[in-house]
Design a protein around this ligand. Structure first.
Ligand code: ZN
Length: 371
C-alpha cells in the first residue's frame, strides 16, 4: 500500500494537486464516502404490479391485493439493486442512505389505509435490502402520509422504521396532495407530533415531495425543486427550531433555489426581524449535493457553510443520462466535489462527517463494524 508520505514525496509539495492531496488523505485515513440520498428505483416488476393492483382496487375493490400476496425473494432483491452497486463501485462511494422511490410514495393516491399498506411494504423491502447488503445500504423510511390526515397517523410506522428496522431517518412529504399544497406549512403545530417523535428517536427527516398530480409541475424538474425552496422559506417564516432545537432536516436537491438566492433569503429574514440564518436555521437545516453541474456546486460551496452540506447523488434517480459536455453522468456528483479543491478536513465533512453527525450513523451496525 502506498503511504501518504510516499505520495507527498513523489509529487513534491508545490506540485500537489487537490485531487492527489485528497487521494492521499483518503488512503491515509480510510475515509468513507457516504451517499446520503438514494432511492430504490429499480424495484422488481412484481412490486410495481402490486401497486398498480392496489390503485385499481380503489375503483374496483375486487382487484385489491392483500399485502401478504406480494412475494419477492432475496435473490430478486439482490438482482434489483445491481445498478446501484455498480454505480457505487464505478464512482467510488461506499454506502448509500437508501429509501423507497420518492415519486412512488404517491401520498395523494387513495386514502390513509392505501398509504399505510403501501408504505409498510416499501419499508419492508428497504429493510430486507439493508439486511442482505449491510455494507452498501443504510435504510431511510417512507411515512404513510395522506392529504388532510393527521400526521399522528405516521407515528407507528416511524417507530417501526427506527426501532425495528434500524433506519436512520425518514422522508417527510411537505405536500402529500402532490402539488396542490393543501396541508399547513411545515412550521405549523399540525406537524408537531412527527417532530416530537423524530426528536425523541434522534433521527432526521429529509423534506421530500413525491409525484406531482398537478400538470403545471413536472415532478423532478419543478415540483421537487419548488418544494425544497418552499420548505426553506417556511422555516424562515416560523420558529420551529426554537421548539425543537435538536431536530435536523435535510433539504435535498441542493436546497432547490435557496443557495442561488441566498441574499434574498437573508434579506427576507432580516425584514421579518428574524435572527441571521446561521442562528435561525443552520444548526438544524442541511442541504445535499444533488446538483447536476459543476458551476452549481461551486456556487453552493461559496454560500452555504461546509458544515451544512452533505454529499449525495440521488442515484438511480431523477436524471439518468450522460452530460455530453463532460462525458459523465449528470448525477455522478462526486466528480464535482473532487474538483472543488476543498481542504482535506472540509472534504471529510462533506463526504462523511456531516452525514455521520446529522443521521447519527455512529449508532448503526454499519459504523460500529467500520470503526
Ligand atoms: Zn430523492
Amino acid at each position: 500500500m502506498i503511504s501518504r508520505r510516499t505520495i507527498l514525496a513523489g509529487l513534491g509539495a508545490t506540485a500537489l494537486t487537490a485531487t492527489a492531496r485528497n487521494a492521499a488523505f483518503a488512503q491515509d485515513t480510510k475515509q468513507l464516502v457516504i451517499d446520503a440520498h438514494g432511492h430504490f428505483t429499480t424495484e422488481p416488476k412484481s412490486f410495481l404490479d402490486w401497486r398498480l393492483a392496489q390503485i385499481a382496487g380503489l375503483k374496483d375493490p375486487s382487484q385489491k391485493p392483500s399485502p401478504a400476496s406480494l412475494k419477492i425473494t432475496d435473490d430478486q432483491l439482490r438482482e434489483a439493486v445491481q445498478p446501484q452497486l455498480k454505480f457505487q463501485r464505478d464512482r467510488g462511494t461506499d454506502v448509500a442512505i437508501f429509501s423507497p422511490r420518492a415519486s412512488g410514495m404517491g401520498h395523494h393516491i387513495g386514502n390513509a389505509e392505501t398509504s399505510a399498506d403501501w408504505s409498510r411494504l416499501c419499508n419492508e423491502l428497504i429493510y430486507r435490502i439493508t439486511q442482505l447488503m449491510p455494507e452498501n445500504f443504510i435504510g431511510v423510511g417512507q411515512l404513510p402520509q395522506s392529504p388532510g390526515v393527521d400526521p399522528k397517523n405516521c407515528i407507528e410506522e416511524l417507530e417501526r422504521c427506527v426501532k425495528q428496522y434500524g433506519f436512520v431517518g425518514v422522508n417527510l412529504n411537505p405536500d402529500p396532495s402532490g402539488g396542490f399544497w393543501k396541508d399547513p406549512p411545515l412550521t405549523d403545530r399540525y406537524w408537531y407530533p412527527v417532530y416530537e417523535k423524530l426528536s425523541e428517536l434522534d433521527v432526521p427527516a429529509m423534506i421530500h415531495v413525491s409525484a406531482s398530480a398537478n400538470a403545471n409541475f413536472h415532478a423532478t424538474g419543478a415540483h421537487y425543486i419548488a418544494a425544497d425552496t418552499a420548505a426553506f422559506m417556511q422555516f424562515i417564516q416560523g420558529d420551529l427550531f426554537k421548539d425543537f432545537p435538536k431536530l435536523r432536516v435535510i433539504i435535498p436537491h441542493g436546497g432547490g433555489a435557496v443557495p442561488f438566492h441566498w441574499g434574498r433569503y437573508r434579506g427576507l429574514a432580516q425584514d421579518m426581524k428574524k435572527p441571521p440564518l446561521e442562528e435561525h436555521l443552520l444548526k438544524n437545516v442541511f442541504f445535499d449535493t444533488c446538483v447536476y453541474h459543476q458551476a452549481g456546486i461551486d456556487m453552493m460551496f461559496r454560500v452555504i457553510p461546509v458544515e451544512n452540506i452533505i454529499f449525495a447523488s440521488e442515484m438511480v434517480g431523477a436524471v439518468r443520462g450522460i452530460d455530453p459536455q463532460s462525458g459523465h453522468h449528470f448525477d455522478d456528483t462526486k466528480k464535482y466535489i473532487d474538483k472543488l479543491n476543498l481542504s482535506a478536513e472540509d472534504r471529510r465533512k462533506v463526504l462523511e462527517g456531516n452525514a455521520r453527525r446529522v443521521y447519527g450513523l455512529d449508532r448503526t451496525a454499519f459504523m460500529k463494524k467500520r470503526g
